[in-house]
Design a protein around this ligand. Structure first.
Ligand SMILES: [Zn+2]
Length: 99
């Protein structure tokens, strides 16, 4: 099977996609942690307005993060969603090499 070298521009753009992916993962992780805490300490969350507001804010942040993730996790060439692949080497849609 021939192994063409990745297009340097595509590789560079895909690195930016990966960097944004890490950032989005961090944005999602903190509120997800709080939501899990909230589910196990629901009585406390409901008893404090500020805790309840933080809980609602966390859910909004996760929704925003998931939307951003869907917008970001796309092939730089064909701009289609890559799918649930961890650090892909190729685009599953158009087959372009990322790295
Ligand atoms: Zn593609």
């Amino acid at each position: 099977m021939p192994k063409p070298k990745p297009d340097s521009l595509i590789a560079k753009q895909f690195k930016a996609v990966l960097r944004r992916d890490v950032l989005i993962a961090l944005i999602i992780l903190i509120p997800v942690g709080f939501i899990v805490y909230g589910v196990f300490h629901w009585v406390f969350i409901r008893s404090k307005d500020c805790a309840y507001n933080t809980f609602l804010l966390s859910i909004s942040l996760v929704i925003v993060g998931v939307v951003l993730e869907f917008a970001n996790w796309r092939c730089p060439k064909c701009h289609r969603y890559i799918g649930m692949v961890y650090r892909p080497r190729f685009c599953p849609r158009c087959g372009v090499r990322f790295r």
